[in-house]
Design a protein around this ligand. Structure first.
Ligand SMILES: Nc1ncnc2c1ncn2[C@@H]1O[C@H](COP(=O)(O)OP(=O)(O)OP(=O)(O)O)[C@@H](O)[C@H]1O
Length: 275
């Protein structure tokens, strides 16, 4: 982890800089810099505040740095300098869940599905009864009908991604990162998982960052669409979407959805056209 990632909780100058946060702000990014070894400058003095308990969908041109951003926030990837704090805590001090696009590489193939879901609980100081209750509650929330005694290779892609999502949620994360979680799945499974995930996130009030290349999906799930520019990357716009939840695919024909999607698309296309 870089100096930025190891940074202690806010103090001195930093505390002064953080004092003007909007109420409810959870994740604060200040002065973030990331340049790759080949000289590609991706983020330069990048600032961002992300609200507590909301779902923010990140959308932007190909290669603008969406995955890199959530990897740096979640602590998977080093950054050169700057500060990323979760209510003043570092990523290491924060309970984080992460769902990857490639579910095949995300789980342990030698563990049954149920043991993959339970695995992260090993690292929490909970009694066995508390761990069992956590898992039971989660399975009930997702209304799981698949045989979780199967190994991942015995499950469909969608079922494996469902296992990945439950494994990310079982620790009751403060923040959940989803990087293209449904893009490798068929449409029927995508709709099912979107609905389930959305109702669980609404119930658990988890601060969530979603990267999606599907603008309908990005808007449907979002409390806010965060549009990024081409690199060096900055925030092009933030567009709230306040339609009540639960939402499903039918939301896509409502005037509010169409308006948010049209405004997002306009900004996206403006950024794509820039050379
Ligand atoms: N290790 C690396 N070295 C050099 N450049 C890199 C490295 N990793 C990523 N990049 C570049 O940084 C940019 C951002 O990559 P990233 O995957 O974060 O973008 P993205 O917006 O998620 O992309 P996509 O829309 O294609 O999924 C891309 O141009 C990519 O080629």
């Amino acid at each position: 982890m870089s100096a930025g990632g190891d940074a202690p909780a806010a103090s001195g100058d930093l505390a002064d800089r953080l004092r003007w946060f909007a109420p409810g702000t959870h994740i604060t990014i200040r002065g973030l810099n990331k340049t790759f070894a080949d000289g590609t400058v991706l983020y330069r003095d990048f600032d961002l505040d992300l609200p507590r308990g909301k779902v923010v969908s990140i959308f932007g041109p190909n290669g603008c740095g969406k995955s890199t951003l959530i990897n740096m926030i979640s602590g998977i990837l080093d950054y050169d300098s700057g500060q990323i704090l979760f209510d003043g805590k570092t990523a290491r001090e924060t309970k984080i869940g992460y769902v990857f696009q490639n579910y095949r590489e995300a789980g342990f193939p030698w563990l049954r599905a149920i043991d993959n879901i339970r695995y992260p609980l090993k690292f929490l100081k909970l009694s066995q009864a508390e761990k069992d209750a956590r898992v039971e509650k989660l399975l009930a929330s997702f209304n799981v009908s698949i045989d979780l005694n199967r190994y991942p290779y015995e499950l469909s892609g969608g079922q494996q991604q469902l296992v990945s999502i439950m494994r990310a949620l079982v620790i009751e994360p403060e923040v959940l990162f989803l990087d293209e979680p449904f893009s490798a799945l068929d449409y029927e499974m995508t709709l099912f998982l979107r609905d389930k995930l959305q109702s669980v996130l609404t119930e658990m009030q988890i601060t969530t960052l979603l990267v999606s290349h599907d603008l309908d999906e990005a808007v449907e799930l979002a409390d806010e669409v965060l549009l990024l520019t081409r690199k060096p990357t900055s925030v092009a716009a933030r567009i709230p979407f306040t339609a009540p939840r639960p939402r499903n695919a039918e939301i896509t024909v409502t005037p509010e959805f169409i308006d948010v999607k049209a405004r997002s698309l306009e900004i996206f296309q403006r950024e794509v056209r820039k050379t």
